[in-house]
Design a protein around this ligand. Sequence first.
Ligand code: UFG
Length: 329
Amino acid sequence: MGEQKVLVTGGAGYIGSHACKALKQAGFTPVTFDNLVTGWRDAVKFGPFERGDLINKSDVDRVFEEHAPVAVMHFAALSQVGESMQEPGLYWRNNVMGSLNLIQAAVEYGCIDFVFSSTCATYGDQDGVVLDEDSSQHPINAYGASKRAVENILADFRTAYRMNHVIFRYFNVAGADPEAEVGEFHQPETHLIPLILDAVDGKRDALTIFGTDYDTPDGTCIRDYVHVCDLVDVHVLGLKWLQVGRGSRVFNLGTGDGFSVREVIDQAGHVTNRPVPIVEGARRPGDCTKLVSGSSRAVSELGWSAGRSNMKQMITDAWRWHQNGAYTK
Ligand code: UFG
């Protein structure tokens, strides 16, 4: 078989850049499509780069015409829960309208295998409920709502055009490429582990814990953390699953283990062997108390193994990247 190009939207971002590396290693050619609003040109290392914006359908058409991809992996999105509460219009425009342009173009060009990056934030705050793929979705922030809307678009396009999709609902993604070719680099940074590492090495004064009065054993929020390399590996498995005509399916990507904010801070102290300066602060609007996956469907049906997704490994890899890696515009 000849070269198989995969269109990777958001390929210059954190998860997308790791996906490009995994795709390349699996024999595909990742074509990155990114507007570089939150992504980095330096992160595009494993295939061609096309700068464009999903909001402009003509940009999207151009990349399909030029590269004739066999499949799409769609990562491009705004992804900050807090920002989505303040500026919901940004999220509906960018994440939903942009995705609609992409999905529409994919159908028009006969590119019917589509992998979509969704989120556990589509479930919302369902205390005590085991979150599996059939759980109801009640997002409590505009970010989660925008991702759920795209899931709904994909379901309708499947019915109308037999376009197949794999929807991955991520829990919290962490860690970095162990070779530190790519890593997590957001500006501004809002994610817990990189912020802890900034506090450890003095790039910021302290890590503020957002809320210590949650109904959890230590009062801080609980999340299910997945190593970015495990996460992107299962995207390749999902793509191959689509390519052999298995249909359309939703998969949670989490390990089922929950870590509180304080537990993550403790582990970071151990891994870096340094104190983590902390400040206890107020809750952040839009945060759920607990998000932990209650499904192993990706393991049983795709043969996924999340072997690197233990907290020590994720912080170790994030710390290595943190000390060596940075992108510039
Ligand atoms: N947190 C702090 N202090 C900080 C930053 C975060 O206490 O300075 C806490 C948050 O309140 C939360 C936990 O650390 O309880 C994790 O926060 P992140 O911002 O790292 O991650 P989120 O859980 O808010 O969001 C992430 C991704 C989203 C994704 C979501 C799913 O950013 O894209 O997980 O819930 F959708």
